[in-house]
Design a protein around this ligand. Structure first.
Ligand code: UDP
Length: 237
């Protein structure tokens, strides 16, 4: 499969067309941003970690009946994916309070929630990805009621599968963000990535942070944390 015209360059990935109109290639970069792009940096090797980890998790989720955009891993940083138009929502699931949830509701980070929560944010950097509710989404025509039901149902199933998987390798899945896309024939499938950039992952015993919060909060050991997750997943020695 050959890369042709570059379609888009985002903060962490480039997307290319291919000779197949229904297939794109994503190319993961080491660039890291936080706080709406105010903080910029490089996490050496992150592109490889995020690409390979996302692909492993997407293949696991496919086996559990979740449709994803994954087609084929082409190299350490490149993957062929199904062409979708991204639903402009960030779908955030939380099992344990952290980050913006802790700030907004005054709940201490690390508080285990009585049940998993889901929130939608509008994907719009200029507006700083504001939280948006289901009525707003319908009113703005961003997704149909049926699409939202599909997304919500798939998201909680993804949470169950990921929580179980991470627990088995000594990691607590605190929260994470998903994105969904619509295929040419109108099907909603899981897209984007699942990685330490998009999940909060804490060591089950020590609660050490093994994710992008090490970069956001200048905790040091950023690369080591990404590699530790890869090691536990079995993708690195
Ligand atoms: N997240 C993400 N991209 C975003 C915003 C959030 O991947 O643009 C992920 C983030 O890594 C965390 C979860 O979604 O795992 C919840 O993030 P939160 O709302 O707490 O935001 P933050 O504290 O990062 O501002």
């Amino acid at each position: 499969m050959q890369k042709s015209e570059q379609l888009y360059e985002g903060k962490a990935k480039k997307v290319f067309k291919t000779d197949d109109p229904e297939v794109y290639i994503v190319d993961y970069k080491d660039d890291a941003t936080a706080f709406d792009g105010l903080k910029k940096g490089t996490i050496v090797g992150k592109g490889v970690v995020n690409n390979r980890m996302s692909n492993l998790l997407f293949q696991m989720l496919e086996k559990k009946g979740i449709p994803t955009h994954f087609v084929k891993e082409l190299s350490e940083r490149e993957t062929a994916v199904k062409k979708v138009s991204i639903v402009p929502l960030e779908v955030i699931v939380r099992n344990i309070a952290a980050g913006s949830f802790s700030k907004r509701f005054g709940v201490e980070e690390g508080t285990v929630l009585k049940c998993p929560t889901l929130e939608f944010c509008l994907k719009d950097d200029d507006l700083h990805d504001p939280m948006i509710n289901e009525y707003h989404i319908l009113a703005l025509g961003l997704a149909s009621k049926e699409d939202l039901e599909t997304i919500t149902d798939m998201t909680f199933r993804v949470n169950d599968a990921l929580k179980e998987f991470f627990l088995s390798i000594g990691i607590e899945l605190v929260d994470f963000k998903l994105e969904f896309g619509r295929t040419t024939d109108g099907k909603i499938i899981l897209a984007d990535e699942i990685s330490p950039d998009t999940c909060r992952l804490w060591d089950s015993k020590t609660h050490e942070k093994l994710d992008k919060d090490r970069f956001r909060r200048d905790l040091g050991g950023v690369e080591d944390a990404y590699h530790e997750v890869m090691r536990r997943i079995g993708l690195e020695k």
